[in-house]
Each structure stands twice: as C-alpha cells, then as structure tokens.
Design a protein around this ligand. Structure first.
Ligand code: XMP
Ligand code: MG
Length: 185
C-alpha cells in the first residue's frame, strides 16, 4: 500500500473538486445576502469541517469570525446515538451573536440536533446550520439545516474533510472507497 495512491482507493467520485468549489461559492453568496449588516460567527465542527470551513470562509468577501468545537458522539458502531460529549469547546461568548455552524455531513442529524440546542442555550441572537453534505436519513430528524451543499445517497463517503480511519480527509473530491480499502484493515 502506497501513501501516494490515495486516488486509486476511490471506487467512484461523487463530487469533483470543481463541483464542490462552485457550490461553496453559491452558498457563500446566499450567506452574504442573508447576514448582510450583521456580525457573523462561523463555528466549525472538528475535524471533518476543516476543509469546508476554510473554503467557505475564503469565499465570503466580508468579515467573519471563526471558532471551533470538537464533539464525540457515543454510538453503537457507525451509527450515532445523539449522546454527545464536548471534547473542545468554543473560546467565544455566544451572547447576542449570529452563529452559523459549519459541518461536513449530516447523517442522522442526531449530533447536530444536540449541538444546536447546546449552542442555543448560550444566549445567541441566532443559530443556523450549514452542511456540505446531507444524507437522506437526516430527513427523519426535524433539525432545520438552512444551507445544504449536496444531498447524497446513503453511502459512506470520504474526502474533503471526511475520513475513513483518519485517512482521505485531504482528498479534494468526495467519493466512495473501493472494497480493497476495507478488506486490508
Ligand atoms: P449524525 O449524528 O448526523 O452524525 O448521524 C454525523 C457524523 O457521522 C459521521 N459520518 C460520516 N463520516 N463519511 C464519513 O467520513 C460518511 O459517509 C459519514 N456519514 C456520517 C461524521 O463524523 C458526521 O459528523
Ligand atoms: Mg462531523
């Protein structure tokens, strides 16, 4: 296994770098319109949101602040349970702030649902959510996601911040992994 064969590990590319860039620019334009004249705090959820946060923030031609949270979701296997622990909290006081949570993916929505109510309890002016990807399961949780990059099928995807065993976060595209990746671990 070569460290430089990262692209070879993908079975299919779901979203290209170009598609992602175009969509991020569209989301940024929407966000600029919606928050015109208001302060804005982007809250990125580590680690998956690192890429979308970096690209979205730079696509905005206005002042923003950025802060980060890390949470771990207890679940059985790959399903999240909605029981969340804060591993790294914000440095920012949210009182009176307009908060936009930036996420890589909303799957069941349980993690985000917990996070949104946690943030809302801190006295912000508003809390909205922006996610690069959303899976169909998310429809079952009534968590309102204001900005969605792409709705994708119910498959495990990697790239653009999303990992499998901490790898593939640095892929510029988003795709599914080839079976040989799973079988060698
Ligand atoms: P929820 O609570 O919405 O959890 O079910 C979302 C979290 O689950 C992880 N997740 C994925 N990670 N590829 C990944 O690399 C995927 O296809 C995927 N689906 C869910 C991710 O950590 C996300 O924050
Ligand atoms: Mg995440």
């Amino acid at each position: 296994m070569d460290a430089d064969q990262i692209d070879h590990d993908l079975e299919s590319i779901l979203l290209t770098e170009e598609q992602i860039r175009t969509r991020v620019a569209e989301l940024a334009a929407e966000i600029e319109r919606d928050y015109e004249g208001q302060d804005l705090l982007l809250v990125g959820v580590l680690k998956g949101a690192v890429m979308v946060m970096a690209d979205l923030a730079r696509a905005l031609s206005r002042h923003v602040e950025m802060d980060w949270m890390a949470v771990s979701s207890y679940g059985s296997g790959t399903r999240s349970s909605g029981v969340v622990r804060i591993l790294k909290d914000l440095d920012t006081d949210l009182t009176g702030r307009h908060v936009l949570v930036v996420e890589d993916i909303v799957d069941t929505g349980l993690t985000l649902s917990w996070l949104a109510s946690n943030l809302k309890s801190r006295g912000p002016e508003s809390v909205e959510i922006c996610t690069m990807l959303r899976k169909p399961d998310a429809i079952k949780t009534d968590i309102p996601v204001k900005y969605v990059g792409f709705d994708i099928p119910n498959e495990f995807v990697v790239g653009y911040g999303l990992d499998y065993a901490e790898r593939y976060r640095n892929l510029r595209s988003i795709g599914t992994l080839a079976p040989h990746v799973y079988s060698r671990s």
